[in-house]
Design a protein around this ligand. Structure first.
Ligand SMILES: [Zn+2]
Length: 490
């Protein structure tokens, strides 16, 4: 019986149509993938990327709301009428100082010191837009009812946008959501997948003085940053298992003979639950106050973002799994596999080439310490986060090696396959709304007593200036590498 249902579903003409559309647009998907790769834009500064994605969706009949929730590079593109309302969302930001030439298996910058994609959010964007357009065209042709909403989510690397979207009500009318993410293999899970995170700046204010001739007149803000660090290092010993914190010092003074009157440290506090992350943050505030007291300085705390741990809904995970089991891994060439093996060897990880199979769901996911700003969405509505094979397996992200495949045929084929899984899952949800009802039922069970609330401070506004100076410094030299041919989806 189960087999019969599967065969019947795989034969849906809507899906055959969408797959055919995506195959015919494989070159356009590659162009889109590569365009975003060479834009290489940091979070909150994804202006070229967001403009291109919005234009492509708009040309295909979607209505665009730009500047979503006050995010200049955020958007929501909607199409269709009635129910169900299905949302898809993903990120398209790069990382600082991660410029890497495509296809080169040694560290090699495109532009020295510039930002670059070193995870594959460029392919996320290609999958989301191509998958959305293909599904929309199939819905239109076969008269499927329902609304498709495509959310562009800026600054995932700083965990910023989606908690604001959820707080501001953009998911209130959404029934279910899907989010594609690059990986080394088709994979999807349910249960708690990632961790909760709070991102905050701690800025200490003191008083400057000549460090050589009158140090007693100064109140050193950098001392406070360092003492906070010492306090947090001691606190780490007493944290609950699975809780973590990391920091970078973003301001530490200008020159040694001027006592810094201003110093700043940027912290990420992580925990397996929202409550756990909040309790680490509460303790850190006390450590900061202590550091300020010891140095006769004052501290200002500015929360950038606060996200719930990403969870996956079982019904939706099983839906996506069924679709990628039918589509399968892309057929890799010898040459592509060789590139993967060379890179795996060079990066000192397990050498096994590209993945030729898909990951099956074997039970609830193992929760990872990493976080993603999609977390809030996954507590508001049933959501599946799935991975598509457009990067080389085993390579760890945010490292030059993870940028190598991202504008090669590996990413291109992976993006086409990812877009097919996304389009097929969307078509199933619109063609068979019973799946949506079932996802809502299992979601209610999965949540039990817990319910979403915004962890953001009240009235918190998006950090629109984040990464602006860095992006402005490099944009002109990066522009010379942009892809000249513009993708078209007709
Ligand atoms: Zn990511």
């Amino acid at each position: 019986m189960a087999h019969e249902v599967m065969t019947q579903k795989s034969a849906r003409p809507e899906k055959t149509f969408a797959f055919d559309y995506l195959d015919k647009h494989a070159h356009q998907i590659a162009l889109l993938n590569d365009s975003v790769f060479y834009f290489g834009e940091l979070g909150m500064q994804e202006h070229e990327t967001a403009r291109l994605l919005c234009e492509l969706l708009e040309e295909n009949g979607f209505t665009i709301e730009r500047n979503l929730a006050g995010f200049p590079t955020g958007f929501c593109a909607s199409w269709g009428k009635g129910s169900p309302v299905v949302a898809i969302h993903t990120e398209y930001d790069a990382n600082p100082d991660n410029s890497q030439k495509a296809g080169v298996t040694e560290p090699a910058c495109i532009v020295e010191g510039a930002p670059g994609h070193c995870e594959g959010h460029n392919s996320n964007a290609a999958v989301m837009v191509a998958g959305a357009i293909a599904a929309k065209k199939a819905m239109e042709k076969y008269g499927l009812a329902g609304q498709l909403k495509v959310f562009g989510a800026p600054a995932e690397e700083q965990l910023v946008s989606r908690p604001y979207y959820v707080r501001d009500g953009y998911f209130d009318d959404v029934d279910v959501a899907l989010t594609p993410h690059i990986g080394g293999q088709f994979n999807v899970g349910y249960g708690l997948i990632q961790s909760s995170l709070i991102s905050a700046y701690f800025t200490f204010h003191g008083e400057s003085a000549h460090a050589g001739s009158a140090p007693w007149k100064g109140r050193d803000a950098l001392d406070a940053v360092i003492l906070m660090d010492v306090g947090m290092a001691e606190f780490r010993e007493h944290m609950m298992p699975q809780s973590m914190c990391q920091r970078v010092i973003t301001q530490g003074g200008d020159q040694p003979n001027v006592i810094p009157k201003r110093a700043q440290v940027w912290w990420y506090f992580r925990g397996p639950t929202a409550e756990a992350a909040m309790s680490v943050f509460e303790r850190a505030k006390k450590v900061a106050e202590g550091a300020a007291l010891m140095t006769n300085t004052s501290v200002e705390i500015d929360v950038q973002s606060a996200v719930w741990p990403v969870r996956g809904n079982r019904t939706l995970a099983e839906l996506v799994e069924r679709e990628y089991e039918q589509i399968g891994a892309p057929g890799w060439t010898e040459e592509e596999d060789k590139l993967a093996r060379t890179l795996q060897q060079r990066a000192g990880v397990k050498v096994e080439g590209l993945s030729r199979d898909t990951a099956r769901i074997k039970g609830p996911a193992t929760q990872k310490p990493a976080s993603n700003d999609a977390g809030d969405v996954s507590w508001k509505v049933p959501m599946a986060k799935f991975y598509f094979p457009a990067n080389i397996p085993n390579i760890s992200y945010h490292h030059w090696a993870a940028g190598v495949a991202l504008a090669t045929s590996i990413a291109h084929k992976g993006a086409v396959a990812g877009a097919k899984v996304l389009a097929a899952s969307l078509i199933e949800l619109f063609a068979d709304p019973a799946i949506v009802q079932e996802a809502k039922r299992t979601f209610a069970e999965e949540l039990g007593e817990s319910s979403w609330f915004s962890m953001l401070p009240k009235d918190q506004q998006p950090p629109v200036n984040l990464n602006r100076a860095t992006m402005e410094r490099y944009r002109e030299s990066m522009r010379t590498h942009y892809i000249k041919e513009r993708p078209r989806f007709l």
